[in-house]
Design a protein around this ligand. Structure first.
Ligand code: ADP
Ligand code: ZN
Length: 673
């Protein structure tokens, strides 16, 4: 007589538990951890993931699984352990974490999808392997030696590779990757927004050949993604290059994880599970006994602090590759400019003169402003009425190409107005500056120049940015205007001037990381200038030139910036000295959400009692209304995420929220809005 068999099943619903099901006799030989099953849950039939097998169950009236979906497990033990950790750390259910981890084609119970080879992964780049290598310089060699020594031991280690822009970090990654391949271990490489950095991808394919590489990015179709997944699973591809979700790739034996531009916010997932790639990569490396390299010219405060306190090993590349110097940075105080001309100028005289000079010399120019649209604030001068989104508590942005007022958070759009909707007066002001206004102003001042704009409005078409970058590379464009899309990874030696229209936008955001983000963004954009033989120049326009985030960027002084910022973080007990958890409640009814936030707050404070957790709030969130929902929240400041999470879980279990309330919990939020 064969024994009874039971499985523990995780499901993609926000329920903490795993559920016991019994297995019919015929299916028993096929049961394995990591396979998907069809189960009935409530009155629906849904997909579940087998996470455990047992010979007994405490459940009295137990249901049977309906069928087993997979021939082979689609989840490895490593990925199961990783998703379990994600669920505990980022406060979601195990099933939700697993659902995020499985490849697209496997969602909704599918077993296969027509594989498609992505022939044109990224148009316009050449995938052939090239010979001819750079000889590493002294610093690069030293860096690589340290990495190799750690990798030889095949043990878990995290390195922070802090190298100024164009110091040759990528070449160091290459050396480490070669080492991993020699050890027959797989490599994961993370690049923020692959589709925006075709040059970086091209360097990898030139170095290792496209056969060894699996390229995963958001613009692939489901079939193309599935092909890449299969290539990794059957060990054809040894190097996976991708966005954060590539962390769940079905590799065999992981040896190395490289995270380029580790400070980037795009590494944080903004929906459930709200995991951060860095933490998750470190956890996976711990599970797989692998080496992690975090690379950046401006490491996050958290990572640099971890290096200072010896949790990470620090490697530095303090100089640019011979032949190019860090660009000269000039700050322009816009307060003086406005007095001189009696109106707010977009371009200072200094920036205008420098653009003229570069155009004469046939050098290229990047102009940066981190705000799209034309006018970012439209109001009535007579009655003061501000044109706001009806669904969000945010001003509408005027887009001149479409003659529309658009909400950047929910895409609500209405035709532009000549008369005030409130008082009917015709004194409508179009204030604030976006990239479209900059572009049109540049066209007016430099009618002979070839000017192009690169932001998410102008880049709607799938291949638009490849074309723009290709045109820029082939010098068909003189001036490229754009948002932070331009700050990343571009390596164009003929760019000698970078202009920052306003450094103040990111500085004024209501977030404790505003200074860090500003310094990092300025350093990254500045890093685009002077990468070739001709010296580069950066001009930063600002109304707050005395701010240390701006002052330090003049001298590319990361250490100076860190020293100032870390004192402020310590005084206020903010990360990296503590951890934050943001809890946001939202409802279509304002009174309902206020009441719910207040009641949640009271219960939470009762529960906390003696623990070292401080609570800020309840309060309306900086974006008090979003997509029709009123938003109230709390921010928890704690030394210990896991025990605080446990407390929140208990609280939520004992106090069911009304169906009118939606809840979002963000552990280690990158930005509290
Ligand atoms: P980072 O990633 O630090 O910005 P890169 O790796 O992109 O720097 O290197 C900047 C430029 O210098 C690239 O064009 C690269 O090919 C070149 N380079 C890197 N290392 C060397 C070297 N040892 N010798 C010559 N050129 C190098
Ligand atoms: Zn809106």
């Amino acid at each position: 007589m064969s024994e009874n068999k039971f499985v523990q099943v995780a499901i993609n619903l926000p329920l903490n538990d795993v559920f016991d099901y019994s297995v019919p006799q015929v299916l028993q030989p096929l049961v394995r951890i990591g396979k998907r099953v069809w189960i009935s849950f409530g009155n629906r039939t849904i997909v579940g993931f087998i996470v455990g097998i047992s010979n007994s169950s405490a459940i009295a009236r137990i249901k049977e699984i309906k069928s087993i979906i997979d021939k082979e497990p689609i989840l490895s033990p490593e990925i199961l352990e990783l998703t379990r950790w994600i669920a505990d750390y980022y406060l979601c259910s195990w099933g939700e974490a697993i659902d995020a981890a499985i490849a697209m084609p496997f969602k909704k119970g599918k077993t296969s999808i027509k594989p498609r080879l992505a022939s044109q992964l990224i148009p316009g780049i050449d995938y052939e392997k090239k010979t001819g290598e750079n000889i590493l310089n002294k610093d690069q060699n030293k860096a690589l030696l340290q990495l190799k020594q750690s990798m030889d031991k095949q043990e878990f280690n995290v390195f922070l590779l802090h190298g100024v822009t164009a110091s040759g970090k990528t070449e160091v990654y290459f050396g480490a990757i070669e080492q991993a391949l020699q050890q027959e271990r797989d490599v994961l490489v993370f690049i923020p927004e692959i589709a925006l950095t075709p040059q970086t991808v091209q360097r990898f394919t030139e170095k290792f050949g496209k056969e060894k590489i699996a390229l995963v990015h958001s613009r692939l179709s489901a079939g193309e993604k599935f092909t890449q997944w299969q290539r990794i699973k059957n060990s054809q591809a040894k190097i996976v290059i991708g966005p954060r979700s590539a962390i769940f790739s079905p590799f065999k034996k992981l040896g190395l994880i490289v995270v380029d531009e580790e400070h980037e916010n795009t590494y944080k997932q903004e929906d459930t599970p709200r995991y951060h790639l860095i933490n998750t990569a470190i956890k996976l490396a711990q599970i797989a006994q692998a080496t992690v390299i975090l690379g950046s010219a401006t490491p996050s405060l958290e990572s640099n602090y971890a290096a200072k306190t010896k949790q990470f090993k620090l490697i530095e590349l303090p100089e640019r590759i011979k032949g190019s110097e860090l660009p000269y940075v000039q700050i322009v105080d816009m307060r003086n400019q406005s007095i001189r001309t009696k109106r707010l100028p977009l371009l200072s005289k200094v920036l205008e003169d420098n653009i003229s000079r570069c155009l004469k010399n046939k050098e290229q120019i990047i102009i940066f402003l981190n705000r799209r649209g034309f006018s970012t604030f439209v109001n009535c001068q007579k009655c003061g009425y501000i044109l706001q989104c009806p669904k969000c508590s945010l001003a509408l942005v005027f887009h001149c190409d479409k003659k529309q007022l658009i909400c950047h958070h929910c895409s609500y759009a209405r035709p532009a107005v000549n008369l005030c909707p409130e008082c009917n007066g015709n004194y409508i002001n179009y204030l604030g500056t976006g990239t479209q206004k900059v572009e049109s102003e540049l066209c007016r001042i430099f009618p002979q120049a070839r000017i192009s704009r690169m932001d998410s409005d102008s880049m709607r078409k799938k291949t638009a940015h490849f074309e723009a970058l290709d045109d820029f590379k082939h010098k068909k464009i003189d001036i490229l205007v754009g948002t932070q899309m331009l700050a990343k990874g571009l390596d164009f030696p003929n760019v000698t001037l970078v202009g920052v229209i306003s450094a103040d936008i990111s500085l004024n955001l209501p977030d404790f990381r505003a200074s860090e983000r500003t310094f990092s963004l300025l350093t990254q954009v500045a890093g685009r200038a002077g990468r070739g033989k001709t010296a580069g120049k950066v001009i930063i326009q600002t109304y707050t030139p005395e701010h240390y985030a701006i002052e330090c960027s003049v001298n590319h002084d990361y250490h100076g910036f860190y020293a100032k910022e870390i004192v402020f973080r310590k005084q206020l007990n903010l990360p990296p000295f503590s951890r934050l958890i943001s809890i946001v409640l939202r409802s279509k009814e304002e009174q309902t959400v206020i009441a719910a936030a207040e009641s949640f707050n009271q219960k939470l404070r009762l529960k906390i009692k003696n623990q070292e957790i401080s609570v800020i709030g309840p309060m309306p969130m900086p974006i008090a209304k979003l997509k029709g929902y009123f938003r109230w929240g709390l921010i928890l400041n704690t030394a210990d995420i896991l025990s605080t999470n446990k407390l929140i879980k208990e609280l939520l279990k004992d106090n069911k929220l009304s169906s009118k309330i939606k809840l979002a919990i963000d552990v280690d939020p990158r930005m509290v809005v």
